[in-house]
Design a protein around this ligand. Structure first.
Ligand SMILES: Cc1ncc(COP(=O)(O)O)c(C=O)c1O
Length: 373
């Protein structure tokens, strides 16, 4: 056995001892774990648009967007997305992870200071790590603490505030209106990751930035397209000059093969559906309200925030896996979320709702959950 193999196997054993081994598990049973909130991933209209586009464009893009990977359909969907988001411009990336690391590495410089919510997604954390900016992590959603930190900290460069709008593992919503106000008063550049909010919130469904009416206060937003929008990739939206700079400087955009062109056509349809089928978004949030109340009535305490992501806190990782497995055996595709995705002793079942579910299914789920807790 090589030294590297020995070291790696030791580490795998440590992971196993903590009940944190990861296994790849294909979907099976009723979907309570995907991010396909609006069930668009299997929508015939998206499928047909994509099939048609594959016939036109082929499969792969064959190069970076700056080389032969560019296509008219990318420019078209970017324009459509910018209008949807009420932004000047948008830029489409192959994934949200790539968008986040690229954006933060590009704009944050050595003299800069970045304030970051402690529960921000790994892709935001990694992006900040790739930059040389000074980082200050503040307690989750704690506006007062943030305001004090801002007041007490000097910086010669630019200041940034980075937050998710709807937090991916807790399903709670950032106080964006207050953040916008603070950022306006203190000249801080606000960066908002709308991964789980785009497609769901706001009159048009473009996200929580729209919902709170703070479009003019946000420097850049990141909007993943592989969740509610049912396809893949992510749009960064903001001012023309910021998007132009990304095209010229963003390493994860430049040094990567462009996304599959056909996805752009599927996304054009997804954006139209989101805008015109408001009832679908309303149904999702009504189901969330029903489910959260049902859990609380059954003494399973969950926050009453209204979002489609409902965390059921278990604590111990092994226990969380065991409960998830029992529910999977009953036909529910539910997954345990463990460290390092969430912090120590906060392992949980993350129920993510979608519009294909019914109150009846959620009742049945809660009945089985109670037996297994
Ligand atoms: C808040 C947040 N940002 C970014 C991402 C990354 O997006 P993608 O899956 O498209 O890489 C995720 C994905 O889970 C996320 O939850």
């Amino acid at each position: 056995m090589s030294e590297l193999q020995y070291r790696t196997q030791q580490k795998l054993r440590e992971i196993e001892a903590k009940g944190l081994t990861r296994k790849l598990l294909s979907p099976k049973g009723i979907d309570l774990s995907s991010n396909d909130y609006l069930c668009l991933a299997k929508d015939e209209r998206l499928k047909n648009a994509m099939i048609k586009a594959v016939r036109r464009e082929g499969v792969g893009s064959t190069g970076s967007r700056l080389l032969r990977g560019e296509r008219d359909c990318f420019a078209e969907v970017e324009k459509q997305f910018a209008e949807f988001k009420a932004a000047e411009s948008s830029l489409y990336f192959s994934s949200g992870y790539q968008a986040n690391i690229g954006l933060l590495q590009t704009f944050l410089e050595a003299d800069d200071l970045v304030f970051s919510d402690e529960l921000n997604h790994a892709s935001l954390i990694d992006g900040m790590r790739l930059s040389n900016a000074r980082k200050i992590i503040f307690r989750h959603l704690d506006v007062d603490r943030l305001a004090k930190l801002i007041k007490d900290t000097d910086c010669t460069g630019q200041k940034f505030l980075v937050t998710e709008s709807l937090f991916s593992m807790d399903g709670d919503i950032a106080p964006l209106k207050k953040y916008a106000e603070i950022c306006r008063q203190t000249h801080i550049n606000l960066i908002v990751d709308e991964a789980h909010a785009v497609g769901i919130y706001g009159k048009k469904g473009s996200g929580l930035i729209e919902n709170f009416g703070i479009e003019n206060d946000v420097f850049l937003s990141i909007n993943t397209a592989g969740k509610a929008l049912g396809a893949a990739g992510a749009f960064i939206a903001g001012k023309n000059w910021a998007i132009e700079y990304l095209i010229n400087k963003c390493r994860s955009f430049i040094f990567s093969t462009a996304p599959l062109p056909a996805v752009a056509d599927a996304l054009k349809v997804a954006l139209e559906i989101v805008e015109t089928e408001k009832q679908s978004r309303e149904k999702l949030l009504n189901l969330s309200r029903f489910f959260r109340e049902l859990l609380n009535e059954n003494d399973i305490s969950v926050p009453l925030d209204n979002s489609q992501i409902v965390p059921i806190l278990i604590g111990d990782s092994k226990k969380a896996v065991k409960i998830a497995e029992s529910l999977q055996a009953k036909g529910f595709d539910i997954r345990a979320i463990r460290p390092p995705t969430v912090s120590e002793n906060t392992s949980r079942l993350r129920v993510s709702l979608n519009v294909g579910l019914t109150e009846e299914i959620m009742r049945e789920f809660v009945n089985y959950l109670k037996i297994n807790l």
